[in-house]
Design a binder for this molecule. Structure first.
Ligand SMILES: O=C(O)C(=O)C[C@H](O)C(=O)CO
Ligand SMILES: [Zn+2]
Length: 279
């Protein structure tokens, strides 16, 4: 069987400035996350995060080690966070069943051998995941938006009114280095992460969804003094190296999942950049 997870190497910010649009898309954009009855992924050398999708259609999908792990099983030295962006479904971990509703998250700690993703009985199953190396086993836990740390930022006047649901963060549960959450833009607002920021201590990945038909998101990346744009469609993800801003403006409102790994677990550790400082 071919390896369902491909490798992407890290880029130097000076090299990034010389990339063409197709090169930026090839190195950072992840276009086809969901394939029927498969787990797909990209293993980025940016903090070794694996970013991917699981799409069980007519039979369950099992989490198995990929070539990059060189391990007996996927979670031998890793943790994983999964957010359901499709119909309510079930995930079994060492035989224990977790019911995962739309926009709910499941954290599974290092050391769990048997993880099975089941097709939903009530619609299409789309599970988005991030996985990071882990040094110890933290308890497996489901987190709903009611259990998340929720903050509302921005305003309609600034077109950036949004709710940040911090699902898998240190204030909600214990993880080794993974942090994940979901930001929902209010109707009429289109800007995420504006004012923007970088955090050299952590890389980040964004996954855009709930983008309605014929709409798209212009995702901005690069060092603050020399940015580039990547046009993104529904169900696409993008890798943000630690030196890069990660902001987006949609042609309509949308939702996205952010995930981070790296040096610290402090969600608020960001180096803010004013809109007037961007180039
Ligand atoms: O809209 C936002 O602002 C975000 O969602 C920001 C992300 O959570 C982020 O970049 C965390 O570092
Ligand atoms: Zn960030």
């Amino acid at each position: 069987m071919t390896n369902p997870v491909s490798t992407r190497y890290s880029s130097h910010p000076e090299d990034f400035k010389r990339y063409t649009t197709p090169e930026i898309r090839e190195k950072f954009l992840i276009e086809d996350l969901f394939k029927a009855n498969e787990l797909t992924g990209v293993y980025t050398m940016e903090d070794r995060l694996i970013v991917g999708g699981i799409h069980p259609v007519d039979h369950p999908v099992t989490l198995v080690a990929v070539e990059q792990n060189k391990a007996e099983y996927f979670l031998e030295r890793r943790e994983i966070g999964i957010i359901n962006v499709g119909a309510p479904t079930q995930i079994s971990v060492e035989g224990e069943i977790f019911d995962l509703g739309h926009k709910e998250a499941l954290y599974i700690g290092k050391g769990n051998k048997e993880v099975v993703f089941h097709p939903s009985s009530s619609g299409a199953t789309y599970l988005y995941y991030n996985s990071a190396p882990a040094h110890k086993s933290c308890p497996t836990k489901k987190i709903t938006t009611a259990e998340a740390e929720v903050v509302t930022l921005g305003s309609l006047e600034n077109s950036n009114h949004r709710t940040i649901n911090k699902l898998l963060v240190a204030s909600v549960l214990e993880t080794c280095q993974l942090q994940m959450g979901m930001t929902e833009l209010k109707p009429g607002s289109v800007w995420n992460t504006m004012p923007s920021h970088t955090h050299d201590r952590r890389m980040e990945a964004y996954f855009y969804f709930d983008i309605s038909e014929n709409n798209a998101v212009a995702h901005f990346m690069g060092q603050p003094d020399e940015t580039r744009v990547v046009w993104m469609k529904n169900h696409q993800a993008i890798i943000s190296p630690p030196w890069s801003i990660h902001s987006g403006a949609g042609t309509s409102n949308y939702t996205f999942i952010w995930g981070m790994a790296g040096e610290n677990m402090d969600y608020g550790d960001m180096d803010a950049v004013k809109p007037t400082e961007l180039r």
